[in-house]
Design a binder for this molecule. Structure first.
Ligand SMILES: Nc1ncnc2c1ncn2[C@@H]1O[C@H](COP(=O)(O)OP(=O)(O)OP(=O)(O)O)[C@@H](O)[C@H]1O
Ligand code: SF4
Ligand SMILES: [Mg+2]
Length: 332
């Protein structure tokens, strides 16, 4: 499969009055055409900052992208997303890359009708007149499963349920035939049934349109059904990258192992408590020079405290930032 996005050594910091927050410390990953990459990790690990850095959605200041490149490549040729001018950024955002935000209510404009919001996005990126853009909007709303799309065109966001608002966000994200859709925890605010419907809808749309999807979540349980590959983030670093099946069978980072152990399992004994990862992530204002996970890691040994591990290749498409070989149960 060919690459559509290649991110190398992304370093993003926030220069706040209280000090410098080292939010991303050299994140590298890639995305292939048509695949789904899930990004998992606990709150504050840098999942959103990674994506918002690529699309220039961070407030600057306090944010600053210090290093890195992010090459997006489609039929128009390669471009580095981090080096775009302001008009080029607008062309990419919503045009080539769609974004589904976690909280649809705050992402949608409360004083503009839903139909107009989708229509304006279409008119900004595609050369359609108002009538054609309105027709496309209604088709899109039908496509994402809004019942009575024509009559709901003039409704405001607050007149929709949470699940329906998230469907509208999906319509906005796919309105201009993007190559990539980034879904940033699109289902966390929804109940389980609606969550499953939104996941199904995203998969259907991906199959129909052949787009690549980056699905951000803190829930490894959701990942199994949707992702081809998984990137595990911890304290602003990509600590494990793996094809999805391999990750579940052979996690090669103790943090991933901890996340998997914390998942509820069918058939688990009743009353058995779920494992949780003890301790908390490091202070990103003073990141350690040794392995960031060392304080919480049950396998830590001398080398872990002397330097931060590099990314080791441990199988086909499988990488980990860890000095301990979990298969052989000894240092590598
Ligand atoms: N505007 C900001 N100013 C200062 N620090 C920030 C700002 N935005 C994010 N950060 C910090 O950057 C780090 C990464 O945050 P990010 O929002 O990417 O986490 P996340 O993995 O998306 O978490 P969540 O699952 O809670 O959404 C956190 O430590 C956060 O506090
Ligand atoms: S490098 Fe050492 S401390 Fe860090 S995750 Fe691996 S075993 Fe644990
Ligand atoms: Mg986030």
């Amino acid at each position: 499969m060919s690459r559509i996005l290649t991110v190398k050594n992304l370093v993003t910091r926030f220069y706040t009055f209280d000090g410098v927050v080292h939010a991303l410390n050299g994140v590298s990953f890639h995305l292939d055409h048509g695949e789904t990459l899930a990004i998992v990790g606990e709150s504050g690990s840098g999942k959103s900052v990674t994506m918002m850095s690529l699309l220039h959605l961070l407030p600057m200041p306090p944010a600053r992208i210090e290093e890195g490149e992010a090459v997006f490549e489609d039929d128009d040729g390669p471009i580095d997303l981090l080096k775009l001018s302001k008009p080029e950024r607008r062309r990419v955002r919503g045009g080539k890359i769609g974004y589904i935000f976690q909280d649809a209510l705050s992402a949608l404009n409360p004083v503009m009708t839903v139909g107009r919001q989708v229509r304006e996005s279409i008119m900004e990126h595609l050369s359609l007149d108002q009538k054609a853009a309105r027709e496309r909007t209604i088709q899109l709303l039908e496509h994402v499963g809004i019942p009575g799309a024509k009559s709901r065109y003039g409704n405001y966001p607050h007149q929709f349920s949470g699940g329906m608002r998230q469907r509208v966000m999906i319509a906005v994200a796919i309105a201009c035939d993007p190559k990539i859709v980034i879904a940033d925890e699109p289902t966390t605010a929804l109940d389980v049934t609606v969550q499953a419907q939104i996941i199904e809808l995203t998969k259907r749309i991906q199959d129909e349109l052949g787009i690549s999807v980056i699905w951000i979540t803190h829930d490894l349980g959701v990942v199994a059904g949707i992702a081809d590959r998984v990137l595990v983030m911890y304290a602003g670093s990509a600590v494990e990258i793996s094809p999805v099946d391999r990750l579940y069978e052979h996690p090669q980072h103790p943090y991933t192992e901890g996340l998997l152990a914390a998942l509820p399992r069918v058939g688990a004994k009743r009353g058995k408590r779920l494992a949780s990862i003890k301790g908390s992530p490091p202070d990103l204002q003073e990141p350690p020079r040794h392995c960031q996970f060392a304080w919480r890691c049950p396998y830590n040994f001398d080398r872990c405290w002397a330097s931060a591990p590099p990314l080791f290749e441990v199988g086909e498409g499988h990488y980990t930032k860890c000095y301990y070989d979990m298969d052989q149960e000894r240092p590598r």
